[in-house]
Design a protein around this ligand. Sequence first.
Ligand SMILES: *Cc1c(COP(=O)(O)O)cnc(C)c1O
Length: 459
Amino acid sequence: MEIPFSENYRIKMVEQLRKSTRQERETWIREAKYNLFNLHSEQVFIDLLTDSGTGAMSDKQWSAMMLGDESYAGATSYYKMRKAIQEILGFEYFLPTHQGRAAENVLYSTIVKAGDVVPGNSHFDTTKGHIEFRKAAAVDCTIDAAADTQLEIPFKGEMDLEKLEKVLKETPKDRIPCCVLTVTNNTAGGQPVSMKNIRETSELCHKYGILVQIDGARFAENAYFIKTREEGYQDKSIKEIVREMLSYGDIMTMSSKKDAIVNMGGFLAFRDKELWRRCQMFCVMNEGFITYGGLSGRDMNALAQGLDEGTEFDTLETRIEQVAYLGRKLDEYGIPYQRPAGGHAIFLDAKKILTHVPKEEFIAQTLGIELYLEAGIRGVEIGSILADRDPITRENRYPRLELLRLAIPRRTYTNNHMDVIAAAVKNVFDRRESITRGYVITEELPVMRHFTIELAPAK
Ligand SMILES: *Cc1c(COP(=O)(O)O)cnc(C)c1O
């Protein structure tokens, strides 16, 4: 008999979960104003809100924390992090920041001005927020295929080079501070970008004299997909693939809460010393001195160790296989999701599941609330609430896709939990005909409203 696949770790410490009743959940979600971000974590049984900072650190990371050097300047922890960034990622210069968006803040404070244009393959929400907040435009150049949830192609997160070239041609060079290449493409469903597309995007940008910023929150997952799906990379190690991928970027922004498997942390890495120097000012002003940014020494130690573990094939295989396992369960039940399964999450296709809820009543959010009520599972809306209003007309934007993201934290849940999730989704799917109304907004903030929005059932 073939030996089945299993995790490459065993569990040394456990954390108790609390189960709840449907009646309790009905009260809690009402008190949370139908915003899943407002739930207390004890009110959630399986938390798939995000895989950001929610992973389980290894024994080696925990022990590295004990060796943290909390000196204000020049801590050994800073040099450990620098060594990992230089050796694993191949960037000479970097600034630590407290998380990914802080790296964006430091970078864009330095290089983005009003009226600028920043093309990219589906900018992440904080990335877009930081661009639009500065009255610049984030222009999406993702391939059209990314919007067809049922199409199975290996690299569905790619940049459309024709769309990108159009932007580069039509915009004066001094109005394009950089082009953002997000790997994997989070917003399009955790879908990877091929090495070929990364290289060609970089060549095109450089032909026009534009800097390439790699948003590398999930760079290691992307490398795993290149190894397992792209011709010519099967025999290369993840670390070799990572080095090549990142060699095409001039700048890297990183949320280390993703592929460096820490609970808090980020950085901004550069090839160019001059740009690194220019960014130091905003790092010192907003984050902290340049050898700690927003991090304590122990955080930098865990991050350096996490970069090493996170770029090991076995770690990535365990993770991505678990997401694929959940995908196969959903296939058994005939549930539509963004295909193929992404690296860090399953994205349920809410428009295909809740066909009776009008788009003005937030289809994916409605599905998220139903799944919570069903089994205490918390996902997150990637739809029109996240898409926010048009910065000029202030009208709601309705993206082509209404997705409910079920993000799987790293090394945290077991495949039994995956079975529970799949069964709960099936139960909601089975009663989909009876779900006809969604929600209306009662309160919202002008930027990144999804975190704090308040809703009420539509009448
Ligand atoms: C999470 C994420 C960010 C922002 O990072 P934070 O650590 O949450 O601030 C930016 N880009 C991508 C692609 C991400 O997934």
